[in-house]
Design a protein around this ligand. Structure first.
Ligand code: FMN
Length: 306
């Protein structure tokens, strides 16, 4: 369903700002007043956000995201209004944490993380992402067990030279690659899980959030991963730690019964599984990165910093 902006005609000053920011060219000025005359609207809300006299509203989208714990600072931060150094420090301080306290994560924090996720951009503003919260250790262990069962089956197949050969003939070398790269680590991880209850998958996290996308989205994977990126940073700011769990994503991608066991609809794909909790790890400094090679089109400028 297409939602169009509603314009309060008695408030509109005819400044035209809404028209300049509308990506769908939905709005025009008629007799000095903004009108929704186009046939498309992706409900991005830019017109509502730019209007100096609050004359525009789009139903079904909300200006107030309803954070439960975070006291949101109202108002728009203009480019350059925040110290880039603070942002870079946050970006560099987030870590993938692999050891958690048992302390449960307040549900309000988990809900706020999802809302932080929804601040991300999405292709054609579809916002067709999904968030499934595993709110306690029992629920995390349920997904852990289902993921472990998937990898038990996969390892059994990968261990067989016959299966690897058959897979190579009919489906390429992905099983062989898995065998060479992951089989042994997964085998050891599964043994630790089965024999000693050691959790190398979720690292003992007391909560997790699954970020998915529905088929109606134009870019479901990108949308879900951008939302996830925001959530990782938001968690750090909230005093929480996180870790992306690619192994769980892989299991859910290949075995849709896992999603079904968690009540996830058949037409949803899970693109990120985020372990969440109070991390035990304390760092002295940010982690280093590989030196990035920046490629300039044509020749490099003489003074790129200037
Ligand atoms: C797509 C993706 C999947 C990942 N899967 C796992 C995983 O299954 N288990 C894990 O411990 N870490 C996982 N990680 C975390 C990476 O190992 C981590 O991001 C990398 O080592 C850099 O560390 P940092 O996140 O602290 O900067 C994953 C990261 C990404 C981006």
């Amino acid at each position: 369903m297409i939602t169009f902006p509603t314009i309060k005609l008695d408030r509109c000053s005819g400044c035209g700002l809404c028209i300049t920011v509308c990506p769908d060219r939905t709005l025009t000025l008629v007799d000095g007043i903004a009108r929704a005359s186009g046939d498309k609207c992706m409900a991005c809300g830019h017109c509502q956000a730019v209007c100096p006299v609050q004359a525009i509203e789009i139903s079904e989208v909300y200006a107030d995201l309803g954070f439960k714990h975070i006291e949101e600072k109202k108002g728009w931060l203009a480019p350059g209004a925040m110290a880039a150094a603070d942002l870079v420090q946050l970006l560099r301080s987030r870590r993938s944490v692999r050891s958690y306290h048992e302390k449960p994560v307040p549900l309000a924090y988990l809900e706020d993380l999802v809302k932080i996720g929804t601040t991300a951009p999405s292709g054609t503003n579809s916002q067709a992402w999904t968030f499934t919260i595993l709110k306690n250790r029992g629920e995390v262990e349920l997904l852990g067990g289902l993921t472990a069962a998937f990898f038990h089956r996969l390892n059994k197949k990968a261990a067989s030279p016959l299966w690897r050969l058959a897979a190579r003939i009919f489906a390429g070398d992905s099983l062989g690659r898995y065998y060479r790269r992951h089989y042994q680590t997964v085998r050891e991880g599964l043994a630790d899980w089965d024999e000693r209850g050691e959790d190398h998958l979720f690292h003992g996290a007391p909560a997790a959030i699954l970020v998915g996308g529905r088929q109606e989205a134009s870019c479901p994977a990108e949308d879900a991963l951008l939302a996830s990126g925001n959530m990782l940073l938001g968690a750090h700011a909230l005093g929480l730690s996180t870790c992306l769990i690619g192994f769980a994503v892989e299991a859910m991608r290949h075995d849709h019964a896992i999603g079904a066991s968690l009540g996830i609809a058949r037409d949803e794909e899970i693109y990120a599984v985020i372990a969440v909790g109070y991390g035990r790890e304390i760092y002295q400094r940010p982690a280093p990165r590989k030196r990035v090679e920046i490629r300039w089109l044509n020749s490099a400028p003489r003074n790129p910093g200037g």
